[in-house]
Design a protein around this ligand. Structure first.
Ligand SMILES: Nc1ncnc2c1ncn2[C@@H]1O[C@H](COP(=O)(O)OP(=O)(O)OP(=O)(O)O)[C@@H](O)[C@H]1O
Ligand SMILES: [Mg+2]
Length: 230
């Protein structure tokens, strides 16, 4: 794929969930593309489809209709194996609830994706230490998630998402549970990553102050894009 191609292409994506006999229309024809190196903020009321859209871009859910192309690959058509590989190498996901493994230390949590990608023990330890240092948590490497604050856990989750140098970082309300100062710190890390490594970022927030970190703001309402502005 040439550099001019959008990194992420979402084409007329629909998603409906069947709830008993009723279909819930979560997405009603989303079309957008994201260029390499963009930082995109997604906003919209609760239930407008933000998480659903992120999950479909990440191949965690299938659209009912439409296409998603990520880095030249048709996500919807990929086998489960190729999808896992794509998630492991091309995308870092940060979820609102951190999703850290409770019985693993911060360091071990960051090592998991590297172990899955087949990186050797020594190398992944070294890199995990470095990543924790990058997010300001070198001194918490041996702590378990229950021994860290929300902001610290979120930073571990970011370090973990970055473990395999993904060109894309996807964050669902990564600052949702944080006080605003910690939230700003987390966003600074993300923006710095974009500046220094060209990482493409898509993140969801409810907080207009967190939206300022983006170069582009997309507003969803009832499963549709109602605004897309630079
Ligand atoms: N697994 C599911 N089964 C049924 N309905 C679902 C499912 N996931 C999402 N929905 C519905 O799809 C719509 C969009 O949900 P989604 O989670 O994408 O919203 P959101 O914009 O992320 O909201 P929030 O800001 O509250 O996180 C909602 O009406 C929701 O109830
Ligand atoms: Mg959501």
């Amino acid at each position: 794929m040439g550099e001019q191609e959008p990194l992420i292409l979402v084409d007329n994506v629909h998603k409906s969930f069947l709830m008993g006999k009723e279909a819930v229309q979560a997405l009603r024809g989303i079309t957008m593309d994201v260029a390499r190196g963009e930082v995109v903020c997604l906003m919209g009321p609760s239930g407008s489809g933000k998480t659903t859209l992120l999950n479909i871009i990440g191949g965690l859910e299938e659209p009912s209709r439409g296409h998603v192309i990520v880095d030249g690959e048709n996500v919807v058509a990929l086998s489960e194996d190729r999808l896992s590989e794509m998630r492991l190498n091309k995308m870092g996901f940060v979820f609102q609830n951190y999703n850290l493994l409770a019985n693993f230390t911060a360091l071990e949590n960051v090592e998991v994706p590297m172990a899955l990608a087949g990186l050797g023990r020594r190398e992944r330890r070294r890199k995990a230490e470095w990543l924790l240092e990058c997010v300001g948590l070198a001194d918490r490497a041996k702590h378990y998630p229950s021994e860290m604050s929300g902001g610290q856990q979120q930073r571990v989750a970011i370090a973990r998402a970055l473990a395999n140098d993904p060109p894309i970082l996807i964050g669902d309300e990564i600052t949702g549970d944080l006080d605003s100062e910690t939230g700003f710190e987390v966003m600074e890390i993300v923006v710095q990553l974009n500046r220094e490594q060209g990482t493409t970022v898509i993140y969801v927030t409810h907080d207009p102050r967190m939206a300022r970190f983006a170069g582009r703001l997309i507003q969803l309402r009832d499963g549709r894009i109602v605004e897309d502005q630079v």
